[in-house]
Ligand binder design. Structure first.
Ligand code: SF4
Ligand code: SF4
Length: 412
């Protein structure tokens, strides 16, 4: 696609980046059937190709409007279109750029700005979020049903790993909303790693990974959070930690991107690249063969419907690993239709675009429940809570299921 940056972007690094990213799109439309929003609305402007066209117009200096912002806002950033694109278009980077431009050129109404700032402020502060969550849990029985379903019942935190010091150690990222919503997930991860001879440590000063702010157009705040995490995780690597591990696929994806996001910051570029290169999703450091050696594999293990978060399969591109781990732990995976389609969670999307989000959840749950599973497993706290709020079956993080298999009597 021919692109000529204009309207202030000519002769700039941002304009050159945009030109390089847009050039690869040949407008073939192969990405359209993969796009969840296009599948629902049938509107070309809600498709990857349509949004790319809107971004091209902004790069070439055509005035952006509230309609431009509306259609870019409705993108889930699921990146299913990237997986489907035969020309290698980096749509995730394009939508980031498009959102930056639209935020600069089409200011939002005051109330919208306040809501978006409020969401970033609350969700990225674990203590504040924890206090508000506990208050919500306390009054949950008296709330209307629609609100009750959004607030999970309080979950008791189970103990983490033993305190024996291990020769191998990794940093386990806490995350911001996960410790409050599901304190059992990181505990289960720590216990499984401990059984396999890997100790975990938490780093003082860990911040929200920045993904929330990044996708809501608060780029500078997200970069500040990234810098603080680079400092904290870098110090742990200096002290001998062999890697950084995330149990939330959205956070892991963001940390893996720090190297690129901070590439132009001379004080942080090298350190950010090191932290990104050392970061792994939990599924990348466990091996099915190791689990088979330690788990009692029962032919009657739970029937599990696996929901692969977009950040795992389209973002980190590590589809297939969790499935192998669950099977090694004795689970039977039930077949699901359209495994590449987003569940509609997408960070704050479920709060800001409830209609599209709920329709996607309805479709996803129908597909997951078709083959009569006993539970649903996923790998990201956002997807987990979004599905749980409407699911008739338990929705769990896969590591909780693996931990159960390893901890049953007879497992070594
Ligand atoms: S993004 Fe890829 S699949 Fe979609 S229209 Fe452009 S080249 Fe085709
Ligand atoms: S990221 Fe997802 S919602 Fe956005 S255009 Fe691509 S496929 Fe559609």
């Amino acid at each position: 696609m021919y692109v000529q940056p204009s309207g202030g972007l000519e002769q700039t690094a941002r304009g050159a980046d945009a030109q390089a990213l847009l050039r690869n799109c040949v407008h073939c439309g192969f990405c359209l059937p993969a796009c969840p929003t296009y599948r629902i609305t049938g509107n070309e402007l809600d498709s990857p190709r349509g949004r790319i066209y809107l971004i091209k117009q902004m790069v070439e200096g055509t005035a952006a409007t509230a309609t431009t912002r509306f259609h870019l806002d409705r993108c889930l950033t699921c990146r299913a279109c990237e997986s489907a694109c035969p020309s290698g278009v980096e749509y995730g980077r394009l939508i980031d750029l498009g959102r930056e431009l639209v935020e600069e050129r089409v200011p939002r109404p005051l109330t919208e700005r306040a809501v978006r700032r409020g969401l970033t402020a609350i969700l990225s502060r674990p203590r504040l979020f924890g206090v508000l969550l506990r208050a919500g849990q306390a009054v949950r029985p008296w709330l209307p049903a629609s609100l009750q379903s959004r607030i999970p019942a309080r979950q008791a935190a189970r103990l983490g790993a033993s305190t024996t010091r291990r020769a191998r150690r990794v940093v386990l990222l806490e995350g911001c909303v996960q410790p409050g919503l599901r304190p059992g997930i990181n505990g289960a991860a720590a216990r499984v790693l401990d059984r396999l001879g890997i100790g975990v440590e938490r780093v003082a000063g860990e911040q929200c990974c920045g993904a929330l702010g990044h996708h809501l157009g608060h780029a500078q705040r997200a970069l500040e959070q990234a810098r603080r995490n680079v400092e904290a995780c870098g110090a742990a690597l200096d002290a001998g930690a062999e890697g950084i591990v995330s149990t939330a696929s959205a956070c892991g994806l963001m940390v893996k991107d720090y190297g690129r996001l901070l590439a132009d910051d001379p004080a942080f570029a090298a350190r950010a690249r090191r932290v990104s290169e050392a970061t792994r999703d939990l599924a990348e450091i466990l091996e099915p063969a190791e689990l088979r050696r330690t788990a009692v594999t029962r032919s009657s293990g739970p029937r599990v419907a696996w929901q692969a978060p977009c950040t795992l399969q389209h973002g980190q591109r590590i589809g297939g690993r969790v499935e192998a781990l669950l099977e090694a732990a004795g689970c039977t995976l039930t077949p699901t239709r359209e495994p590449k389609l987003c569940c509609g969670s997408a960070g704050t999307y479920s709060l800001l675009q409830p209609e599209l989000s709920h329709e996607l959840r309805r479709r996803k749950l129908a597909a997951l429940l078709e083959a009569d599973p006993q539970m649903i497993a996923t790998a990201n706290i956002g997807c987990l809570e979004h599905l749980r709020a409407a699911s008739p079956l338990p929705v769990r993080h896969w590591i909780e299921i693996v931990a159960d298999a390893l901890e049953q009597p007879g497992s070594g």
